[in-house]
Design a binder for this molecule. Sequence first.
Ligand code: ATR
Length: 250
Amino acid sequence: MTDHYAVIGNPVDHSKSPQIHAAFARQTGQDITYDRLSAPLDAFTSTAQRFFSEGGQGLNITVPFKHEAWDLVNLHRGDALDAQAVNTIKSENGKLIGYNTDGIGLVADIKKNLRFEIAGKRVLLMGAGGATYGVVFPLLRENTKALVVVNRTLEKAQSLVQSIKKRAGAIVTSLDAAPYADLAGSTFDIVINATSAGLNGEMPSLPQGIFARDALAYDMVYGRNTPFLAFAREHGAHAVDGLGMLVEQA
Ligand code: ATR
């Protein structure tokens, strides 16, 4: 019997998830269809519910619906509860189960594929939206020396950090929120762009000298040379896009 899956988002035309999952299905001998499902911005829930009521087994969720997906599911598993965002929904015995594999994907790409150590490193995470929520906990679990969440709208970074500190208990060594203006004079070993700036050809206001020696600059956006990646190369950092994370989260 053929299993039906899809990635749901808006926009979703650019998504490489259908090719990735088709390749996994070939490798594992599964008979599946995997489509792109475009949901109107105000109709994520009804579109997802229709997909499952018509027999769909699973959805991947991309921008901007990961928070709504978290609200939709009946149960949260793995990192989904802490992330307050869901990128994978599975239908099981009439219940919708939500997972978040973004953080696992990012950590696996950095450690396994890029062979960069995260433990003991100073990490700067740019942005305070759904993409950031999904990866903060998995990064903290790697025992970063310091994790700074920087955002244009400082209050969003502050409330993210507060909510994480409340839940994280003992694993929080050093976790802070900051505005871009406070970064001058600081250096980081890993700088991760979890903003949507690159999608609009924009660059977060990073100061010169932000990269420590041999630093990794990671843009979660994939398939384009974002201004952040160009800036990183200019300043001697190893610049990497988010394709590896996409494959690992899948
Ligand atoms: P997602 O769920 O994909 O994270 P989002 O919730 O819309 O999307 O969040 C987008 C993030 O990108 C936000 O942190 C946003 O900053 P603000 O909270 O200040 O809006 C950030 N962002 C977008 N464009 C940016 C830019 N040009 N410079 C810096 N940050 C930017």
